[in-house]
Design a protein around this ligand. Structure first.
Ligand code: C2O
Ligand code: CU
Length: 428
């Protein structure tokens, strides 16, 4: 197994600058650009959008239409995927299935309505292990028509960056990344859209994990509150705040009242690492109102199950042999099979039995839909668009396939996706 020469993880000392915010009333233009990111006093060359890494935060009200023009200023192809948005298939930004790569100098107009309020994000979906790890991602926030009563609505993006011996961004090819837990960075940070608060303020924190392979285990200190949404979808019953686990691609929304310095800590290592903080100066009257659930989005409810399908994760270091050509496979195939793993009529409820036959966790993401995780009796529990399946674990998910088109389903550990862990389904 690959032992990184620098297991020591470094927290980012400099508070990241607040990201520019684009209100999407008019249309938005996104241009990939090289951007320097200052880490511990050293510039790391990244690739962001519009001279910002992460890319600008896009905000618009629920049910509005986002018009976003991608202008490809790179010397290679690219495209954008709008992670978690239930949009028309032609706008999904997936090579082969929904569009061709936007060539250098070319552009593509994405235009779609945003049916669900919540925390989403956008990212390159082309050469994505490279382009996303270099910074081609940003938040996409869809606001409730009646937002909850909070003092600040803050986006926090968790990121790890792999640097080389000189401290520059590491673009070298490391074969072991493709067979183990992936391209884990040695530098970890969080980009918070605000760094200041007051004691007694009620904050909404929108955590996003755009890292290519790292699962973050986050503790929030100095804040007492509840988890109100997962992957953009409100929980019917907010859950008391405890450790937050975010696989690549996942989001968690928290609402809480500030009690002290708000610390965002990564705690998978032996010693917790401070990623960012929001510091109080002064105070305000504490609120007396309880934390309420967010208004639900309108999603189709599961009906009678018409198909049950196994989806088996295979491969990787120490894994059993499988039928695919890559390090990883789903149902014995690496990469997209000629036939979809599921063909469904519009509106069918399909049960997918996820089974992880490997020695590593995988975060499985379905495009164009959210799905229900289920309990032992197959009853739906929470809605997600990305679910983390630990090594050796199985999980059943219920998908109401109501969005017509060819949809990708893949591991959001992008090293795994790149080396085979991706497939697709078809909704007619
Ligand atoms: Cu967030 Cu297929 O991607
Ligand atoms: Cu994986």
């Amino acid at each position: 197994m690959n032992i990184n020469r620098r297991q020591l993880l470094i927290g980012l000392s400099a508070a990241a600058l607040p990201q520019p915010i684009l209100a999407a009333e008019s249309s938005v233009i996104l241009r990939p650009t090289r951007v320097g990111l200052s880490v511990n006093g050293r510039m790391i060359e990244m690739l962001g959008f519009n001279n910002s890494v992460p890319g600008p935060e896009i905000r618009l009200p629920q049910n509005d239409t986002l018009s976003a023009r991608l202008e490809n200023t790179l010397e290679e192809g690219t495209m954008i995927h709008w992670h978690g948005i239930r949009l028309p298939n032609t706008m999904d930004g997936v090579n082969v299935l929904t569009q061709d790569a936007v060539i250098p100098g070319g552009s593509f107009d994405y235009r779609f309505a945003v049916p669900d309020a919540g925390t989403f994000w956008y990212h390159s979906h082309y050469l994505s292990l490279d382009q996303v790890s270099r910074g081609m991602f940003g938040p996409l926030i869809v606001e409730e028509r009646n937002p909850p009563d909070v003092d600040q609505d803050i986006t926090i993006q968790l990121l790890d960056i792999l640097t080389d011996a000189e401290g520059n961004f590491d673009r070298a090819f490391h074969p072991a990344h493709y067979t183990t837990e992936g391209r884990l960075g040695d530098v970890m940070t969080a980009f918070s859209s605000s760094s200041q608060t007051r004691v007694g303020e009620r904050l909404r924190l929108r955590l996003i994990n755009p890292s290519v392979d790292r699962v973050f285990k986050i503790a929030l200190q100095g804040l007492s509150g509840v988890v109100v949404a997962l992957d953009g979808m409100p929980l019917a019953e907010p859950q008391l705040l405890s450790e937050l686990v975010l696989a690549p691609g996942q989001r968690v929304d928290v609402i809480g009242d500030v009690e002290a310095d708000v610390h965002v800590l990564e705690q998978s290592a032996s010693k917790p690492l401070l990623l960012t903080k929001i510091s109080p100066s002064g105070s305000r009257d504490e609120r007396q109102t309880a934390f309420a659930p967010l208004p639900p989005n309108r999603l189709p409810q599961p009906g009678r199950i018409t198909q049950s399908v196994d989806l088996v994760m295979q491969g990787g270091a120490g894994g059993k042999p499988h039928g695919g050509f890559g390090s990883w496979a789903l149902n014995d195939v690496s990469g997209l099979p000629r036939q979809p793993i599921i063909s469904a009529g519009r509106g069918e409820t399909v049960l997918i039995r996820l089974r992880n036959d490997t020695a590593f966790p995988h975060g499985i993401h379905l495009h164009g839909h959210h799905f229900w995780e289920t309990d032992e009796s197959q009853a739906p529990t929470v809605l997600r668009d990305t679910t983390l399946v630990e090594a050796g674990e199985s999980r059943e998910i219920l998908c109401v396939l109501d969005n017509p088109g060819a949809w990708l389903i893949h591991c959001h550990m992008l090293s795994h996706q790149e080396d085979g862990m991706a497939t697709w389904l078809l909704v007619a």
